[in-house]
Design a protein around this ligand. Structure first.
Ligand SMILES: Cc1ncc(COP(=O)(O)O)c(C=O)c1O
Length: 402
C-alpha cells in the first residue's frame, strides 16, 4: 500500500539507542525501582542532580533582550566564533574562518556537506559516539571505522593506513572525524606517538588527494590533567598550520558549559583563509538551520571575554573534573579487584568495558536495573552519572553478568 512517506524512509530503525535506553531507565526510576542509569552523557552530582555551573547561570541571567531575541547572523556572530576558537587556541589568527552551528552535531553535519560528495565515506575510530552513524546516514554518507589506537598497541596503525589508502583510491578524498583528546566512549587520549603517527599518515595521504580532519572536541574541560589537554591542542595547532591537509574543529558548549539544551557550537578552520569555503559554509547554515541560537552566542562572548568570569569557570571545571577522575579511579580500583578489563580514564564522561556479547551483557545488567550503552565490542559506562555510593553495586552486578 502507498504511504506518504517515501520508500527510502520506510522501516528505518526507531529511536536513538542512547535516548531510548535513558527513557526506559527514567521510567523505571519514576516507578521507584533502584535504577543506576549510566546511559546518557549528562553530568550528574552524587545526589543524581544535573550539574549546572553558577558562572554560566549568572551570565545567562544577565543577558539583555537584544542579546537574546534577534536572529544571529547566518554564519553566527564572528566575535562568538573567535571566542570559541581562542578558548582552545589563544594564538590562532583572526578573523577565524568558521560558522556557528547547533552544537558539535551541527558542525559535524556541515563538515559532511562540504568535504565529501554524497555516497562517499567519512572515517572515524571504532568505538565511537554512536550517533555518528545517524549523522552520516541522514546526509547520504557512509561511516567507515578504523580501530582506536590504545596505548601500547601499535598494530592498528597499519590497518588504519591501509584502510585510508583504499578509501583514498576509491573516492579521491578523505574526511576523518578525530575525537581526540577525551575520546567518547573510551575516555582516553591518544598517546603522543600514536597522534604523531596518525598525523604523518594524513600528510602522506595528502599527496594523493585532499585530506580533511575534523577534531571533535566535546569534552575538553573535563580531564584528569588540564595541562595535557593544552599540550595536545598545541600539537594539533602546529600540525594544522603546516600540513597540506585541512584541519578543522567541531566545538560545543553542551558539556563545557553544561548547556546541552542551548544547542550551540561551531565548525572552525583556524589555520585557513578560503573565501570559497566560507561561502560554502554560509550556504550550509542557511540551508540546514538558517542560523544558530543568539542567546548562547551572546553568553559565550561575555564569559570567554572576561578574565574574572573565566577564573571562576575554571575553578568550577576543576571541581567537577576532580569528581569525575575520583569516580573513574574508584571504579577502576573495584573493576581491577574483580579482574574486569576496562579503559583507562584520561578525560570525558565515559569509560568502556570490553565484551564479546555486549547486547547480552547490557540486557543482563538491565534486568538488575542498571542501564549502559552496548557498543560493538563492549559497553559504555557513563561515569558522569555514576554516584560514588552506587559504584560497588554496579561492579558486583557487572561481575555477575560478564
Ligand atoms: C563525541 C561527541 N561528539 C559530538 C557530540 C555532540 O555534542 P553537541 O551537544 O554539541 O551536539 C557529543 C555529545 O554527546 C559527543 O559525545
Amino acid at each position: 500500500m502507498d504511504t506518504h512517506l517515501i520508500s527510502s524512509r520506510h522501516n528505518l530503525e526507531g529511536d536513538d539507542p542512547i535516548f531510548r535506553i535513558n527513557t526506559i531507565a527514567q521510567s523505571r526510576q519514576a516507578q521507584g525501582h533502584p535504577v543506576i542509569n549510566l546511559s546518557i552523557g549528562t553530568l550528574l552530582d552524587d545526589d543524581g542532580q544535573l550539574v549546572t555551573l553558577k558562572t554560566v547561570i549568572d551570565t545567562w541571567k544577565a543577558l539583555t533582550p537584544l542579546e537574546v531575541h534577534p536572529y544571529a547572523p547566518i554564519m553566527g556572530d564572528l566575535k562568538y566564533i573567535e571566542a570559541m576558537t581562542h578558548r582552545y587556541w589563544p594564538e590562532s589568527p583572526t578573523p577565524v574562518l568558521g560558522c556557528a552551528t547547533p552544537g558539535a552535531t551541527g558542525a559535524l553535519v556541515v563538515s559532511l556537506r562540504n568535504l565529501l560528495e554524497p555516497g562517499q565515506s567519512v572515517v572515524t575510530f571504532a568505538p565511537c559516539w554512536t550517533p555518528y552513524e545517524t549523522l552520516a546516514f541522514e546526509n547520504k554518507i557512509k561511516l567507515e571505522k578504523v580501530p582506536y589506537l590504545f596505548m601500547g598497541d601499535d598494530t592498528p596503525l597499519a590497518v588504519i593506513e591501509s584502510k585510508l589508502e583504499s578509501i583514498m583510491k576509491q573516492q579521491g578524498r578523505i574526511l576523518f572525524w578525530l575525537n581526540d583528546p577525551c575520546h567518547n566512549p573510551t575516555g582516553q587520549h591518544l598517546t603522543t606517538a600514536h597522534r604523531q603517527a596518525l598525523l604523518s599518515m594524513f600528510d602522506r595521504l595528502s599527496q594523493q588527494g585532499p585530506v580533511s580532519v575534523i577534531l571533535d572536541l566535546a569534552y575538553l574541560e573535563f580531564a584528569r590533567d588540564a595541562s595535557a589537554i593544552q599540550n595536545i591542542l598545541k600539537d594539533y595547532a602546529e600540525w594544522g598550520a603546516s600540513t597540506p591537509a585541512l584541519l578543522g574543529a567541531a566545538l560545543s558548549i553542551s558539556k563545557p558549559l553544561t548547556l546541552y539544551g542551548a544547542r550551540c557550537g561551531a565548525l572552525v578552520f583556524p589555520w585557513r583563509t578560503d573565501d570559497q569555503l566560507k561561502t560554502a559554509l554560509s550556504i550550509s547554515c542557511r540551508g540546514l538551520f538558517s542560523n544558530a541560537p543568539r542567546a548562547p552566542q551572546s553568553l559565550v562572548k561575555k564569559l570567554y571575554g572576561d578574565k574574572s568570569l573565566l577564573q571562576k569557570l575554571k575553578s568550577e571545571h576543576h571541581h567537577w573534573s576532580t569528581l569525575l577522575t575520583n569516580r573513574a579511579d574508584q571504579l577502576s580500583k573495584l573493576l581491577s579487584e574483580k579482574h574486569i578489563d576496562h579503559s583507562h580514564f584520561d578525560g570525558g564522561f565515559f569509560i568502556t568495558v570490553p565484551h564479546d556479547k555486549p547486547q547480552e551483557l547490557s540486557q543482563r545488567l538491565e534486568a538488575q536495573d542498571i542501564y549502559s550503552v552496548p557498543l560493538k565490542r563492549g559497553i559504555r559506562v557513563a561515569i558522569c552519572a555514576l554516584k560514588e555510593k552506587e559504584t560497588p553495586r554496579f561492579v558486583d552486578a557487572l561481575h555477575r553478568s560478564i
